[in-house]
Design a protein around this ligand. Structure first.
Ligand code: GCV
Length: 721
C-alpha cells in the first residue's frame, strides 16, 4: 500500500514538473518563442534562402548576435545552420559591423550606412562574388544585434526575405525601463511578483533571468534600465550595493543596456555624514562628484541618475530654498565628466495649491525652460495627473522648446486593472504620441517633441515604468508582455502603429494563423477603450480606491490632501459632473497652445472622450449621440462591460490556436476582468446616481449589490502598495 502511494506521489510529482515546465517555457519565452514554422511552403522558402551564418566579429555583443541567430533559425527552420567565420556558401547571413566587412561589401553598402546612426542597422540582400547573400550590419556591433533581432522578427512573422533592403535606426537615444523596485524586493505598483534583482545573492550569484531580461530588452531596442524605485533609498549608492549594481551592469553591457540609478537627494546626509544636502553647498557638490567618480570607476558606462525630488514627500532642493534647476544641475555637473545624464522628473504637485493639481507641473517647470545643463533631460508623465486610463497629453509637451523633455509612460497597470486586466497599452501610448501640441503650428506632434526633431534636441528619450517581476511569465498577465514589447518598439520609433506592433507581437508570441491574428488583434486594439469605458468614461479620472488604487472609490473624500480624493476630480453634484478646467474654471486649458486650448475650452469642440476632464457638465446635457449625459455615461459603463464579455467570447473562439496553459490563464484572467468591470460599473453608477437623481437607462444592467456594500469593501493586502 505504502509503495503504491509513493508511486502515485512520484507520478504526480513528475506530471507536475512536466506541466510546470511547459507553462514556464511558453510563458517565460515571451515573444522569443521561435516555434518551428509549420507552414511547409513558407518553411521551404526560408530554407532555400538561408544556408549558413557568417559571423565576422568576436566581441561579446557579436557572439550574442551569432548565438541568437543560430539558435532561433535552427529552431524555426528545424535545420542545422552553422556559424562560420568566412564567407563560403551562397545564401549566408553575413553579420558584422561596418569596420569588419569585406571592402567590396562595404562599398556596396556605403550609401545605406549614411542612413543610420550609431545604433542603427542595415539588412540587405546583395551579390558578393556573384553569390546571393544577406548582410546584417551597422556602425557598431550593437546595431548588428538590433539588426539580427529585426531579421528574426521577419522570420517570426513570416515575411519574405528574398530581396531585403532595410535601413533602420532608433529615433530616440534613451529607451529605458524605470523599475520601481525596492531593495527589499517589493515593487511599488508591481503586480508580477517580486523584483528580479536579488540583492542578497548579488554580486556572486548571477540569476539566468538577468540574461534573459537583457535579451528581451535588446530584442526590442531598449538600451537602459533604472534599477531602483524613484522613491529612492540612499543605500543603493553605498559600496555594498554598488558592487551588486556593477555585477548587473556587467551582464547587461553586451546587450547594449546601460544601468542607471535613482539618486535620493538627501543621500549626502543619510550615507555621507553631511549636515545638509543643499545643492549650493560646496561640500554637497563635492560629495556627489566623488560619488560619481566612485560609481564610474566600477561602471565606466554608467548611464546616470533619475531623480524624483520634492514630490510626494521625497527630499529635494526646495528643502533648502533652492529650485529644480539648482538640484538637477548640481547632479548633472557631477556626472558630466563621465558622459552621464540626469533625468529629472516633473511629477510634482503640492497640497498647498488649492487651484488645480493638473496645472502644477507646468506652472513649476515651464519658467525653467532653457536653464538646465546640457546633460539634463526633464522626464514628464504622459498626462498632467497620473497615468489614468485616459488623459489628454501633458501640456508641458510643446511648452518648453529649450529643454529636452522625455516621455514617461507607465507600463505597469497601476490604474488599469493591475496584471489581471487585458489592456493593450500601445494604443494609449500612440494616442499620446500623435497628439498635436501646435507648438509650432499644425503637426507639432508630441512624438516630435520627444524625438527631438521639433526643437532640434540631441538628448532624447522615452521611459516606461516597468511591469516586470519574478512571476514565471514576467508580467503577471500573458498579454501584459505585449505592453513591455510595444513600449520598446515605440521607444525605438514613436511613429509606429500600435496595430502593427500588436500583430508582430502576436505572431512572435502565439501564432501566425490569420484565424487567430484577426480576432485577437481586434480584441487587443479595443481593450484600451474598454477599460476607459468601464472605469472612467467621458474624461472622468482618478476615481479609484485609496492607496492601493484597486477598484472604484469615487466616494473617497477623507484623505488628508484634497487632491488625493476622488471627489476633488469628478466634482459630481446636483448640477452635473466633471472638473471645470475651461477658461471660466481653473483655466488649465490655457496651458496648451491657443489652437488646442480653444478646442478643449469650448464644450462643443472638446472631444467627448475628454469632456469631464475639462468641463463640469449638467446631467441633462445632450451628447453628440442625442443621449443625456447621465444616460450616455451609464451606457458607456455598460459598453465597457459588454466589451469585456466580447473579449471572453473572442478568446474562447481561438482556443485551438493557443497552448492549453496560456489559454487557461488568459481565460481565468478575463473572467476576473469581467467581474471587476461590472464592479466598476455598478459602484460608480450607484454613487453618481445619488447626484443625478435619475433612473438607469434601458440597456444598462441593474446592480446586484448596494452602494454601501461597494463602499464597505477593503483590500488591506492589495499588491504593489
Ligand atoms: C513611485 C503615483 C504612484 C506612486 C508613484 C508616483 C510617482 O503617485 O501612485 O506609487 O511613486 O506616482 O510617479 O512618483
Amino acid at each position: 500500500m505504502e509503495s503504491k502511494k509513493r508511486f502515485f506521489l512520484k507520478v504526480t510529482a513528475v506530471f507536475f514538473l512536466v506541466s510546470w515546465s511547459s507553462i514556464a517555457q511558453k510563458d517565460y519565452k515571451l515573444w522569443m518563442q521561435y516555434d518551428k514554422i509549420s507552414n511547409a511552403e513558407i518553411l521551404s522558402k526560408y530554407k532555400a534562402s538561408v544556408n549558413g551564418i557568417v559571423s565576422l566579429e568576436n566581441s561579446a555583443t557579436a557572439k550574442i548576435s551569432s548565438n541568437e541567430l543560430e539558435m532561433a533559425l535552427n529552431a524555426m527552420l528545424d535545420s542545422k545552420i552553422e556559424v562560420k567565420s568566412k564567407i563560403e556558401a551562397e545564401n549566408s547571413i553575413i553579420i558584422g559591423s561596418e569596420s569588419v566587412l569585406d571592402a567590396e561589401i562595404r562599398t556596396q553598402l556605403q550609401k545605406d550606412l549614411t542612413l543610420i546612426n550609431e545604433e542603427g542597422f542595415i539588412i540587405k540582400s546583395i551579390l558578393f562574388k556573384n553569390k546571393k547573400q544577406i548582410v546584417i550590419t551597422g556602425k557598431k556591433d550593437i546595431g548588428v544585434l538590433y539588426g539580427v533581432y529585426s531579421f528574426l522578427r521577419l522570420v517570426q512573422t513570416h515575411q519574405p526575405i528574398e530581396n531585403l533592403n532595410i535601413a533602420d535606426a532608433p529615433k530616440t537615444n534613451i529607451r529605458i525601463l524605470n523599475h520601481w523596485d525596492n531593495l527589499d524586493r517589493t515593487v511599488e505598483r508591481g503586480y508580477a511578483g517580486f523584483s528580479l534583482w536579488n540583492w542578497q545573492k548579488l554580486p556572486d550569484f548571477i540569476d539566468h533571468r538577468y540574461v534573459d531580461y537583457a535579451r528581451a530588452n535588446a530584442s526590442i531596442g531598449i538600451n537602459g534600465t533604472v534599477l531602483t524605485n524613484v522613491n529612492a533609498n540612499a543605500l543603493i549608492l553605498t559600496p555594498q550595493y554598488l558592487e551588486k549594481v556593477e555585477a548587473l551592469a556587467n551582464v547587461f553591457r553586451p546587450y547594449g543596456i546601460k544601468v542607471y540609478l535613482t539618486a535620493r537627494f538627501s543621500a549626502p546626509i543619510e550615507i555621507g555624514g553631511l549636515k545638509t544636502a543643499d545643492p549650493k553647498d560646496v561640500s554637497v557638490m563635492n560629495w556627489w562628484k566623488e560619488k560619481a567618480k566612485e560609481i564610474y570607476k566600477r561602471i565606466p558606462d554608467f548611464g546616470g541618475f533619475l531623480v524624483k525630488a520634492n514630490s510626494e514627500g521625497q527630499p529635494g532642493p526646495q528643502n533648502y530654498g533652492r529650485d529644480h534647476v539648482d538640484g538637477a544641475n548640481m547632479l548633472a555637473d557631477a556626472v558630466a565628466p563621465f558622459g552621464g545624464i540626469v533625468m529629472w522628473r516633473a511629477f510634482v504637485y503640492s497640497e498647498h495649491d488649492a487651484n488645480d493639481r493638473a496645472k502644477q507641473a507646468y506652472a513649476e517647470f515651464v519658467p525653467y525652460d532653457g536653464k538646465f545643463r546640457e546633460n539634463v533631460i526633464v522626464q514628464v508623465k504622459n498626462g498632467a495627473i497620473d497615468f489614468q486610463p485616459r488623459e489628454p497629453f501633458h501640456p508641458m509637451f510643446g511648452a518648453m522648446p529649450k529643454t529636452p523633455l522625455m516621455m514617461e509612460f507607465q507600463i505597469t497597470q497601476e490604474y488599469l486593472g493591475f496584471s489581471t486586466h487585458l489592456v493593450y497599452l500601445p494604443k494609449l501610448f500612440q494616442e499620446v504620441l500623435e497628439s498635436d501640441t501646435y507648438q509650432k503650428g499644425k503637426n507639432s506632434l508630441v512624438a516630435k517633441v520627444v524625438d527631438g526633431t521639433l526643437d532640434n534636441h540631441k538628448l532624447t528619450g522615452i521611459a516606461g515604468v516597468s511591469n516586470i517581476g519574478n512571476d514565471l511569465n514576467w508580467t503577471g498577465h500573458p498579454f501584459a508582455q505585449a505592453n513591455w514589447y510595444g513600449f520598446g518598439r515605440l521607444a525605438w520609433n514613436p511613429y509606429l502603429d500600435s496595430g502593427v506592433i500588436a500583430e508582430e507581437w502576436m505572431r512572435a508570441t502565439f501564432s501566425n494563423d490569420e484565424k487567430f491574428i484577426n480576432p485577437v488583434k481586434e480584441m487587443m486594439l479595443k481593450s484600451r477603450e474598454a477599460v476607459v469605458n468601464y472605469m472612467t468614461p467621458l474624461g472622468l479620472h482618478h476615481i479609484m480606491d485609496t492607496g492601493h488604487h484597486y477598484g472604484p472609490g469615487p466616494w473617497v473624500s477623507n484623505l488628508s490632501r484634497p487632491e488625493w480624493n476622488p471627489v476633488y476630480y469628478h466634482k459630481a453634484d446636483k448640477n452635473g459632473i466633471g472638473f471645470d478646467r475651461s477658461k471660466k474654471g481653473t483655466d488649465a486649458v490655457g496651458q496648451y497652445a491657443p489652437t488646442v486650448a480653444n478646442i478643449f475650452d469650448n464644450l462643443k469642440t472638446c472631444p467627448e472622450k475628454d469632456l469631464l476632464w475639462f468641463h463640469h457638465v449638467p446631467w441633462n446635457y445632450k451628447l453628440q449621440n442625442g443621449q443625456t449625459l447621465w444616460n450616455g455615461l451609464a451606457l458607456k459603463y455598460q459598453e465597457g462591460v459588454d466589451q469585456v464579455k466580447e473579449m471572453q467570447t473572442t478568446w474562447k473562439n481561438v482556443k485551438q490556436y493557443v497552448d492549453p496553459e496560456r489559454f487557461d490563464e488568459v481565460e481565468m484572467l478575463l473572467n476576473i476582468q469581467y467581474k471587476e468591470a461590472k464592479w466598476w460599473r455598478d459602484a460608480c453608477l450607484l454613487y453618481f446616481q445619488q447626484f443625478s437623481g435619475k433612473e438607469l437607462p434601458d440597456g444598462v444592467e441593474k446592480p446586484t449589490q448596494s452602494l454601501d456594500y461597494f463602499k464597505s469593501l477593503q483590500f488591506p493586502f492589495a499588491p504593489g502598495n
